[in-house]
Design a protein around this ligand. Structure first.
Ligand code: NI
Length: 150
């Protein structure tokens, strides 16, 4: 495994739409392992492939309950709402309040290409929504209703 460089907000790759993952191969496995290691080093709870310069629809998340890998994720249901602080490893030092659904249902594939459904709420739902937006070239900054002092 290796630590990869995290791209920051002015990098144009963070503003592009990512491509669907079609090859569930060793290269994808290495990318996911590297992303997880990089996220942990920086004490993040989620990381999307474009944040390490790869325009593929792949994210890793760990909000404390263990590693979750979502390949080609689609949020298919949303309910309720939550407003809370959010940050991003690509926007270091900035925190802002963002409204997200409180509960979501996601369809995704694992690193072997198997499809699965996952339900998430609260912090995990927030992390999934945040990371999925990275795959469409969007940063949380545009959703911030109030920036927070550190
Ligand atoms: Ni982020």
């Amino acid at each position: 495994m290796a630590i990869r460089e995290i791209r920051t907000k002015d990098d144009e790759i963070l503003h592009k739409k990512c491509k669907e993952v079609k090859a569930f191969d060793e290269r994808l496995a290495v990318l996911l392992d590297d992303m997880y290691e990089t996220m942990q080093l920086h004490e993040g709870v989620g990381l999307a492939a474009p944040q390490v310069g790869i325009l593929k629809r792949a994210v890793v998340i760990d909000v404390g309950g263990g590693k979750i890998e979502l390949i080609n994720p689609e949020i298919i249901e949303e309910s309720g709402s939550q407003t809370g602080p959010e940050g991003c490893l690509s926007v270091p030092g900035v925190w802002g309040e963002v409204e997200r659904p409180n509960k979501i249902k996601v369809m995704a594939q694992d690193r072997n290409g198997r499809k699965f459904a996952m339900e998430a709420e609260e912090l995990l739902a927030r992390a999934v929504c945040h990371e999925c937006e990275h795959l469409d070239g969007k940063l949380f900054l545009e959703r911030v209703t109030r920036f927070l002092e550190q």
